[in-house]
Design a protein around this ligand. Structure first.
Ligand code: BG6
Length: 471
């Protein structure tokens, strides 16, 4: 079997890391707009409001809002078949609970989709990519509150109706399982746990609200356009047992429960035995409303999209050294090298992940994030020779081809994270660059924002032109 002829090669981005223009054309503040930048190994600080004399990376990001034509022309030059972007809820409903949508916000995404479609680039649209109108945190306690379900569905209906002839592929929540992985799920759910709150109950209830909102979005979306394709999106923390000790295998399986929890509900349409075991193991409870089970059963997704960056190990030994990662982390694997940010590079893990997910769910898969954050150096002649990035991506593309060609996994596409340098979600840094296109901006927000091509630009162009055969 070969990669499909319509394989969706492209790139993936998120509004708060890419757009900037944080108050333009009526946009409201989001949870990202009060978050400072940090650096490798340090946590990003979160303010309650925007404070003077602070640098908030999302405010300008890399200004896609004003430069989308230039950027999309560059993506088209590389031959992109798809671009994953997210819609900022606060551009459409500035406070999240406004009665009427903001026409200027809607018009912006019309312009972006029209531009993409003029080059034959398929938009892949995430409705919630680690972003939320700030007002919903202050007024309702964010995803703790059931009220968010209806507000999120109204937002989804508004954009699905508006873009029904422009967008076919939708993703409801980015890395939804990160809500269970993060100790403070600010990005995932607008939540900073309070000292007096039962964390586990809050976590499971917020997840339930998002899962119900996702199911309702799918149900309402299919009414708007039956040919819409909906995906769930998981952070896939590929995990190996540290040794052949049987209990290491149990540990590795337990690590995956927080991820399969969401895959199971999204795809099997119910809380499976794994979900129940996981909830019980953490003494969590979930309040159901009448009709929730039926909604989850009806609102299942058409494809499973996921991010893959690294793998880790799990085991019973207390000697296992910890490795770094984005939200997920795990033990160090002596057979693997790491990136400058300590993420373990494991292309074979991508093939393993594709097989595990396809074996389990048997629906089309879509790799919507993969890539390598690295420091880039500009040579005296202005070139950027990012061979390390080319090497990382080439190995991962070979691995996905093995999964399709030898293992018969049904794969829709591959979108590289940050095809143009954008703000890092984890640290707010610019120096952690993923792009084929360099953006002149530093961690303090200085720079011309000019775009220039790295060596990987021509390399990826050839990969796409040969449908992956050139790697
Ligand atoms: C994923 C997120 O977790 O990883 C992205 O969906 C994020 O938003 C990406 O940018 C890479 O992480 P980081 O911290 O290097 O930006």
């Amino acid at each position: 079997m070969k990669l499909r002829d319509d394989f969706l090669w492209g790139g993936a981005t998120a509004a708060n890391q890419y757009e900037g223009a944080y108050l333009e054309d009526g946009k409201g503040l989001t949870i990202n707009d009060v978050e400072l930048g940090a650096e490798h190994g340090k946590k990003r600080l979160i303010h309650q409001t925007v404070q003077a004399n602070n640098y908030y990376p999302s405010h300008e990001a890399v200004d896609f809002y004003h430069r989308y034509e230039e950027d999309i022309a560059l993506f088209a030059e590389m031959g992109f078949k798809s671009l994953r972007i997210s819609i900022s809820w606060a551009r459409i409903f500035p406070n999240g609970d406004d009665l009427e949508p903001n026409e200027r916000g809607l018009a912006f995404y019309d312009r972006v989709f029209d531009e993409l479609l003029s080059y034959g680039i398929e938009p892949i649209v995430t409705l919630h990519h680690f972003e939320l109108p700030l007002n919903l945190v202050e007024k309702y306690g964010a995803w703790r509150n059931r009220k968010l379900v209806d507000l999120a569905v109204r937002y989804a209906q508004t954009v699905m109706e508006r873009y029904k002839d422009k967008v076919k592929y939708w993703i409801t929540f980015n890395e939804i399982n990160a809500l269970f992985i993060s100790s403070q799920p600010w990005h995932m759910a607008g939540i900073i746990y309070q000292e007096d709150e039962n964390r586990m109950n809050t976590m499971f209830q917020a997840a339930h609200h998002q899962l119900v909102a996702s199911a309702k979005t799918v149900i309402e979306g299919k009414k708007i356009n039956p040919s819409f394709k909906f995906g769930c999106m998981l952070l896939y923390p590929c995990t190996y047992a540290a040794t052949c000790h049987p209990n290491d295998q149990i540990k590795a399986r337990e690590k995956m429960l927080a991820t399969y929890y969401f895959g199971d509900v999204h795809i099997r349409g119910k809380y499976t035995n794994n979900c129940l075991a996981y909830t019980e193991s953490l003494n969590g409870t979930i309040d159901f409303e009448p009709g929730d089970a039926a909604l989850l059963a009806q609102g299942t997704v058409d494809y499973l999209s996921f991010s893959y960056y690294f793998s880790a190990i799990e085991g019973i030994s207390e000697e296992i050294e910890m490795a770094e990662g984005n939200l997920s982390s795990g033990g160090k694997n002596p057979f693997l090298e790491t990136t400058e940010w300590g993420w373990q590079i494991d292309p074979v893990g991508l093939r393993n992940s594709l097989n595990s997910l396809y074996d389990r769910y048997q629906i089309p898969l879509f790799i919507v994030e993969n890539g390598m954050g690295a420091l880039d150096t500009i040579e005296k002649d202005g070139t950027i020779n990012d061979d390390y990035r080319i090497d990382y991506l080439a190995q991962h593309i070979k691995a996905l081809k093995d999964a399709v060609e030898q293992d018969h996994v049904d794969l829709l596409g591959y979108t590289v994270w940050g095809p143009i340098d954008i703000i890092s979600a984890g640290t707010g840094e610019m120096r952690k660059r993923y792009g084929f296109i360099y953006v002149d901006k530093d961690d303090d927000g200085h720079g011309s924002l000019n775009r220039s091509k790295k060596k990987s630009f021509e390399w990826f162009k050839k990969v796409i032109a040969t449908n992956g055969e050139s790697v």
